[in-house]
Design a protein around this ligand. Sequence first.
Ligand SMILES: Nc1ncnc2c1ncn2[C@@H]1O[C@H](COP(=O)(O)OP(=O)(O)O)[C@@H](O)[C@H]1O
Ligand SMILES: [Mg+2]
Length: 399
Amino acid sequence: MINKKSNPDKNKQYYIGLMSGTSADGIDLALVSFDENKKLNHHASYYQAYCNDTADKITALYTPDNSPPQSSEIDRAFALDVELAQLFAKAITTFLSQEQLSSNDIIAIGSHGQTIRHRPLAKYPFTLQIGCCQTLATLTDIRVIGQFRRKDMALGGQGAPLVPAFHQTIFSETSLENGCDVFVVNIGGISNLTFLPANERMKVIGYDTGTGNALMDDWFQLHNPNSSSKYDKNGSWAASGTINDDLLKQLLSDDYFQLVPPKSTGREYFHLPWLERQLSKVSPVTNQDVQATLTAFTAITIVNAIKQHSSNRKNITKVYLCGGGVHNKSLKVQLNQQLQSSPKNYDLLLTNQKDIDSDQLEAIAFAWLAFAYDKKFLSSMPAVTGASKSCTLGNDFFP
Ligand SMILES: Nc1ncnc2c1ncn2[C@@H]1O[C@H](COP(=O)(O)OP(=O)(O)O)[C@@H](O)[C@H]1O
Ligand SMILES: [Mg+2]
């Protein structure tokens, strides 16, 4: 699938943002330039879905296994590290030829990589994104800036989420008199939120609120093996079910929701075995009712997080949504209902209203992080991740 926005100008120099999120659905590319006032321009996008085989190889590495040594996780992970870099490189060369550009037109690629394990609370905390940056640089003949999470983790932070600094540059509406509180909510495989308070003396907050699409995708695939879609298209399967209150209560009782930020999570925590454990604690629930309940659960955990952080302003609070979850109608209905049940005034928007395509925000953010690296901006947010100090995120890999 290819989305084209505008014809790139041959006289410009670009960054490419490359993102592949925890949903493991595919590769997103964004072609971005910055003018002398650091203003961002988004020129074109490209999406390459993963084939089933690649998506399965990725998701099989999300949880530790005990398979025999010949199929060891380490072998599979590092083979996939190179295989994904080759797929990323292929997506980039196809994108460049489609846009009639060459590697010389690109200053650098900001590559997030594919997270296959994220353990911020382990004794030796680590996070692992694969899609070898060196291979990508060599194959594309373009400098790559990657490994964005590592420096923040070395400084004691969670290494996630990284996008709040970018959200702040685009969405913040700080003003002591008439600014308004802004939330940016990305519903990817996992959902994360950034709170940009109107009062600039208040801290920006950002963290993972809990599940996003990934658990709904897993449940959908388990019970709809013959569907041509890998997810509950528009949330219509969820809409055919009813929310089960006992199950909903059980899901919401998970300790993750009591933790205070900074906090981040992943598919090694909210996965099918976790869901099965919750299901075993309540009376039997039909498959579509489980999907309806998971949808409500995702919306409620997002909205609970939003309500916790709102300040006492009378002004409207803006909530900008992005990520694949915005296409799930049932989820949006739930989000709307939950927000409207609050006495505060919320305006539920898409990031498109600020000229950032909601399907492209994360890829654009990684182009911005590459630009921030080149300009030596302090691009991390210790208040968000818990790191001991701020830093310029990323590392260079030369062709
Ligand atoms: N039309 C749709 N209806 C319901 N869900 C959708 C639709 N389109 C995309 N999605 C959801 O969005 C997910 C991809 O979201 P994305 O933002 O790319 O996540 P990630 O950043 O984790 O890759 C899909 O796995 C699917 O669950
Ligand atoms: Mg994706």
